[in-house]
Write a protein that binds this ligand. Structure first.
Ligand code: FE2
Length: 387
């Protein structure tokens, strides 16, 4: 093995009701004023109530910014940064899905750095440490609470990209399954598929390493055990707990490895066709897997076993292919049967999507080398979905 590094500076607090510890954590960090970054859906669902109570209990002042949009853009980040600076906030608290947490990270960085967030696209470009960040997910999928990425969209060019920096690692991640209890089945399914894609792509990718492999495998076990249950009955707190832990653990895996072709393709599909991120991943995932099996059949065999496929008497390739079947069965069960056509993608769109996807850093770590033509073929297979 080449020399690998596993680094994880974030303190992770987990468990039912953990989000009500936020006040204590802010106090520990010795700051007095917090900038809460969230969206109206989170506010209306009452998910901030316990968090705000906890801040008040510790006499922490706060400013609430609830204008986060899906696929955060530069204008919103600038608006939020302006308010955070003027009000003298010393910490950002992102509460929500990936968009809110990624916005909280971007604002924390832009309070202390010059220019615009898009000046820092890529890895390791941010010059100065950001404000401390607390990330509190309310979905079980993106894993942004445990990654150094802030995913942003240029609204003018519709280009979805990322700023990656160790300065964007949340200081504290608070993983509370109770916050996911009211997620509707479809959102549970879509975000759960994002978590699965993180674990799976990290596990099979070229940059994999022993620590990330262990994390990815455990994440997939939790998802195999509980994604169907969480979709079937949102009140099943054991399933909710498994899913939010699976999401955070998958992030702990992929933060050091990056991902693969599914995530490379999901970015342009999300940006140009408004396909929710987890759904875009899910739509292409079985086809990306099928393409990849021959590069690492033994790893796909392990995935097949985790998802309870019978591989007795099969060759390594046949056994690896069973993982593809397993994921298709899971997707059908949880109602993810859409294809790209359902979002208006046409044959002539496939080449530009593939070309844009090919610029992603996730292409280089995919286990099988690919060309733009390979990506076009994968997209073509994903046109009809699983109906
Ligand atoms: Fe993702």
């Amino acid at each position: 093995m080449d020399i690998k590094v596993y680094k994880m500076p974030t303190e992770i607090i987990m468990g039912r009701g953990a989000s009500e510890k936020v006040g204590e954590k802010v106090k520990e960090l010795n700051v007095k004023k917090a900038f809460i970054v969230t969206d109206k859906g989170v506010v209306n669902a009452g998910l901030l109530n316990g968090i705000i109570e906890s801040l008040k209990k510790e006499n922490i002042e706060y400013v609430l910014f609830d204008e986060v949009e899906s696929d955060p853009g530069i204008d919103m980040i600038e608006r939020a940064t302006e308010i955070a600076k003027k009000s003298g906030c010393e910490i950002t608290i992102g509460v929500g899905g990936g968009s809110s947490m990624d916005s909280a990270k971007a604002v924390a960085a832009m309070v202390t750095n010059e220019g615009k967030i898009f000046d820092y696209i890529g890895i390791g470009k941010i010059k100065r440490p950001a404000l401390p960040i607390i990330a509190i997910p309310t979905t079980a999928g993106t894993g942004s609470e445990a990654t150094y990425w802030s995913v942003l969209t240029d609204k003018k060019t519709k280009f979805k990209t990322g700023v990656g920096s160790w300065y964007l690692m949340p200081t504290v991640a608070i993983v509370d399954p109770l916050l996911t209890k009211s997620l509707p089945p479809k959102v549970t399914a879509i975000t759960g598929m994002d978590a699965l894609t993180h674990a799976l792509e990290s596990y099979v990718c070229k940059a994999t390493q022993p620590i990330s492999e262990a994390l990815a495998l455990h994440s997939m076990k939790l998802i195999a055990r509980s994604l169907r249950k969480a979709v079937a009955n949102g009140d099943d707190l054991d399933a909710r707990e498994d899913m939010i832990m699976a999401s955070t653990i998958a992030a702990l895996a992929f933060n050091v490895t990056r991902l693969g072709l599914a995530h490379a393709l999901a970015s342009p599909l999300g940006a140009h066709f408004n396909i929710p991120h987890g759904l875009a991943n899910a739509i292409v995932l079985p086809h990306v897997m099928e393409f990849n099996v021959m590069a690492v059949p033994e790893k796909f065999t392990e995935i097949a076993v985790i998802f309870e496929e019978n591989i007795t008497g099969l060759s390594r390739m046949e056994a690896g292919m069973k993982a593809v079947e397993a994921i298709k069965k899971l997707m059908r069960d949880i109602g993810i049967v859409e294809g790209l056509k359902d979002f208006g993608v046409k044959e002539e769109d496939l080449k530009p999507i593939a070309e844009e996807a090919y610029t992603s850093g996730n292409v280089a770590v995919n286990p099988r080398k690919s060309t733009v033509d390979d990506l076009i073929k994968i997209l073509r297979k994903a046109m009809d979905g699983l109906k």
